[in-house]
Design a protein around this ligand. Structure first.
Ligand SMILES: Cc1ncc(COP(=O)(O)O)c(C=O)c1O
Length: 431
């Protein structure tokens, strides 16, 4: 193809179009960003209540992150995974020190989905087993599995095919339905483990999001998480926390796995680690991490210097400002506000979640989840210059996951906008 240096940006964008697979907001084209705000071509500012899909805990364009990647860009942008770099060594050391593990092995990856796949490989290599237990309503990524079409048998031995995954119910505490309560879910998990053991195929890993994010912000009871870890230890399988959403302070503590009694065998982290730069990782005790033979999980950009520079800055700011405390504080204020909304408007459910990983459902007049109202609510919220994500397994959950570094006036702007949107829905219903 010829170079197109003679063509202006607008001409190029008319000639090509983004795949409809990437459903984008139709009317909003972002040109710049600043902290909690996304700014369009006309200079209109929108509060980003999704924090870029949970990836910018420190807010967009955080000055320390921007300075770190700018400095790094002038020095070294790329090495390839098989060469060490100063910044990669620093990122590994900082990340290991921030993790809950004393001797932490750090396997750097690029995306969340890739990190999850690498974590599964580590668990399979360590246990010599292949079956996995995952949970209903889980979300761990969308890659189709490149190993399925990769030839070398030693790479393929860790393939993550769906035939070796058993799904078991995740507690749905907001439903107040005993069959999805903590006890019932634990019993079912035990039954699945026993079934696998008696079939001579004990599980390699139990993979779990401590709070399920994508399917509607569904928190498990800490007691459930503790019992999952205990059960895993009893049967010699690894518990893997997917902390891609919950990590780096979002839920009011550095990681879920840094809470007393809740440290899993492995953790996968991503999203906020790079505050907008692509980087993820598998973390765990070195004696487990070393089970994966060298070269069995690599990708061209793992340990990319720019992403590592961003991660170093993120870790420094996160530790210095103890951002999890801010998330905890702001989460309490927002939760109270949302509780107020649920009392004033029957179509808004009680909030759920922890820290700044919160959600509520939009309900129809019979109290059932309403995807249509959730969509309307998100549109009304956008009119208030706030971007929220909605969806979940019922399609009715509105997710509140703003940046953790938020001022009091920004918090008030958010709550005022949500209230106005709720009032607009109530007014529409009366018309
Ligand atoms: C818990 C969890 N795991 C994995 C992923 C996949 O991450 P990525 O989109 O970076 O592949 C996500 C993304 O939303 C997630 O929330």
């Amino acid at each position: 193809m010829q170079g197109r240096s003679d063509v202006s940006v607008s001409q190029v964008s008319e000639a090509s179009s983004i795949s409809p697979n990437l459903q984008t907001t139709k009317h909003l084209i972002v040109s710049r960003a600043d902290g909690c705000w996304l700014i369009d071509r006309q200079g209109e500012r929108y509060f980003d209540c999704s924090a870029g899909s949970g990836a910018v805990n420190l807010g967009h364009q955080h000055p320390q992150v921007v300075a770190a990647i700018t400095r790094q860009a002038a020095q070294l942008v790329h090495t390839g995974w098989n060469l060490q770099s100063d910044i990669r060594t620093e990122a590994v050391q900082r990340l290991g020190a921030f993790s809950p593990y004393d001797n932490c092995g750090v396997l750097l990856t690029v995306t969340g989905a890739e990190g999850v796949e690498a974590g599964i490989k580590v668990a399979r290599a360590y246990t010599g087993r292949k079956f996995l237990i995952a949970f209903e309503h889980s979300y761990h990524g969308k890659t189709a599995g490149s190993l399925a079409v990769t030839w070398r048998e030693s790479f393929r031995q860790f393939i993550a095919d769906s035939g070796t995954t058993i799904f078991t119910p995740f507690p749905l505490l907001h439903l107040e339905d005993e069959s999805y309560g903590t006890e019932a879910c634990l019993k079912e998990l035990e039954r699945v483990v026993e079934m696998l053991e008696s079939a001579g195929e004990p599980p390699a890993a139990i993979v779990i999001e401590p709070i399920q994010g994508s399917e509607g912000v569904l928190p498990a009871d800490p007691g459930f998480l503790r019992d999952v870890i205990k059960l895993g230890k009893r049967v010699g399988c690894l518990t893997v926390y997917d902390e891609i959403y919950t990590g780096f302070g979002r839920c009011g503590f550095p990681f879920y796995g840094s809470r007393e009694g809740l440290t899993p065998d492995l953790m996968v982290v991503g999203k906020a680690l790079g505050n907008g730069l692509p980087i993820s990782a598998v973390l765990g005790p070195t004696q487990i991490m070393e089970a994966l033979p060298p070269g069995h999980h690599t990708s061209t950009f793992s340990g990319n210097p720019l992403s590592c520079a961003a991660a170093c800055a993120v870790l420094e700011v996160t530790q210095k400002e103890e951002t999890w405390r801010l998330a905890d504080w702001a989460g309490v204020q927002i939760r109270e506000g949302l509780l107020g909304l649920s009392q004033d408007y029957a179509f808004i459910s009680k909030p759920r979640g922890e820290g700044l990983m919160l959600a509520f459902d939009l309900l129809d007049s019979s109290g059932n989840p309403s995807p249509r109202l959730a969509e309307q609510f998100a549109e009304e919220v956008l009119r208030q210059k706030i971007i929220v994500r909605y969806g979940g397994f019922h399609g009715s959950a509105v997710k509140i996951t703003p940046p953790l570094l938020m001022s009091v006036s920004e918090l008030e702007f958010l709550m005022e906008g949500l209230r106005r949107a709720a009032q607009a829905i109530a007014n529409n219903a009366l018309r």
